[in-house]
Design a protein around this ligand. Structure first.
Ligand code: NAD
Length: 288
C-alpha cells in the first residue's frame, strides 16, 4: 500500500469540513474491515481478486434461493462463510474513529455495505446496513429481521422443515445478507437515499465504489445544489448554484469516484490510520 508524501494537509482539510458540517454521514465498504482481518473482495488481496471463480459462484446464490430455498439453506449450513468466522473478529481503530465522530455529534449516520456488524460493535448507533448483516435473517415478504439464534436451523434441517418461515407473516426467511442480483431491502434503500440527499459532508471509507446501487449514493449527493450569494470585486451581486455536499474519500487506492471527480478529494492510505488522525484533528479544532 503506498502513501502520498504528505497526508497531513488533507487530514486537516477533512477535519475542517467535518467540523463545519451540519449533517455529515459516512459510507463504508469492505476496506474499513480489512485491518480487522476480514478480506475485502476487490483489493489486491481480495477474495474475488484471488479467486474469480468464487465471484461467478456468488452470482448464482440468489437465483438458487428463488428457485429452491430449501437447497439454498442446506448449502449455507454445509459450507463455511467466504468471510470466515465473523464472530471472532474485533473492530479496528477506523470503526472506533467513526463511532467517536458520532458521539461528538458530527457524524449523523453510517451507511455500510459491510455485513460484519463491526460498526455497531465499535459503538456506532445509527447504522444502515445496505447489504444486510451476517448475524441476522430476514423475511423476504415483510422485511422482519431476526437474530440468527432465534431459529434452530440445524434442527429445522434435521426435521426436513427448511426453509425457516417468518414468525410474523409466515413468509420465507433468508439470510439478511443481500446477494448479487437481489434487490436492496426497501426500508434500508429508502432511508439511505434520504441520507444521501440530505447530507452536506459525505465521508466515504474503504470502498471500490463499483457495486450498484450503493455506488449511486455519492452520485446522488453530488447532484444536489445550493444557492451561494456573493459580490464580485466590482460590487456586482451574484447568486450561483454550487454543490451542496463535500465528498471525501479515504481509500487505499483511487476509485471511479476519484477519477470521475464525484469526490472532492481522496486521502490515500489505511482507514485505520487516517480516520483516527482526522478525529484527533477534529478534537484540536474544536478545543481551540
Ligand atoms: P471492495 O472489496 O470492492 O473494495 C474495497 C476497497 O477498499 C478497495 O478499493 C481497497 O483497495 C480498499 N481498501 C482495502 N483495505 C483498505 C484499508 N485498510 N484502508 C483503506 N482502503 C482499503 O469492497 P466494497 O466496495 O465494500 O464492495 C464489496 C462488497 O462485498 C460489499 O457489497 C460488501 O457487502 C461485501 N463484503 C463485505 C465484507 C465485510 O462485511 N467486512 C467483506 C468483503 C465483502
Amino acid at each position: 500500500m503506498s502513501f502520498p508524501p504528505d497526508t497531513t494537509r488533507p487530514i486537516e482539510r477533512a477535519a475542517r469540513d467535518l467540523v463545519n458540517s451540519s449533517y455529515a454521514i459516512a459510507l463504508t465498504g469492505a476496506g474499513i474491515s480489512t485491518e480487522s482481518g476480514i478480506p475485502d473482495f476487490r483489493g489486491p488481496s481480495g477474495i474475488w481478486t484471488k479467486d474469480p471463480e468464487a465471484e461467478r459462484r456468488a452470482f448464482e446464490t440468489y437465483r438458487k434461493f428463488l428457485s429452491d430455498p430449501r437447497a439454498y439453506w442446506e448449502e449455507r449450513l454445509r459450507s463455511p462463510s467466504l468471510l470466515g468466522d465473523l464472530s471472532q473478529v474485533e473492530p479496528n481503530p477506523g470503526h472506533y474513529a467513526l463511532a467517536e465522530l458520532e458521539r461528538m455529534g458530527i457524524l449523523k449516520c453510517i451507511i455500510t455495505q459491510n455485513v460484519d456488524d463491526l460498526h455497531r460493535r465499535a459503538g456506532s448507533k445509527r447504522v444502515l446496513e445496505y447489504h444486510g448483516n451476517a448475524f441476522r435473517l430476514r423475511c423476504v415478504s415483510c422485511n422482519a429481521r431476526y437474530e440468527r439464534e432465534e431459529y434452530d436451523l440445524q434442527r429445522l434441517k434435521d426435521e426436513g422443515k427448511l426453509p425457516p418461515l417468518c414468525k410474523r407473516c409466515g413468509g420465507v426467511v433468508k439470510s439478511d445478507v443481500v446477494h448479487f442480483e437481489e434487490p436492496i431491502p426497501t426500508d434500508v434503500a429508502r432511508q439511505s437515499l434520504k441520507e444521501a440527499w440530505r447530507c452536506d459532508v459525505m465521508l466515504i471509507c474503504g470502498t471500490s465504489a463499483v457495486v450498484y446501487p450503493f455506488a449511486n449514493l455519492p452520485r446522488i449527493a453530488r447532484q444536489r445544489r445550493v444557492e451561494k450569494e456573493s459580490r464580485t470585486e466590482s460590487g456586482l451581486y451574484v447568486v450561483e448554484q454550487v454543490p451542496a455536499t463535500t465528498i471525501i474519500e479515504v481509500n487505499a487506492e483511487p476509485t471511479p469516484l476519484t477519477r470521475e471527480k464525484v469526490s472532492d478529494y481522496l486521502i490515500q492510505g489505511k482507514t485505520g490510520e487516517i480516520l483516527p488522525a482526522i478525529v484527533e484533528e477534529v478534537k484540536r479544532l474544536t478545543r481551540s
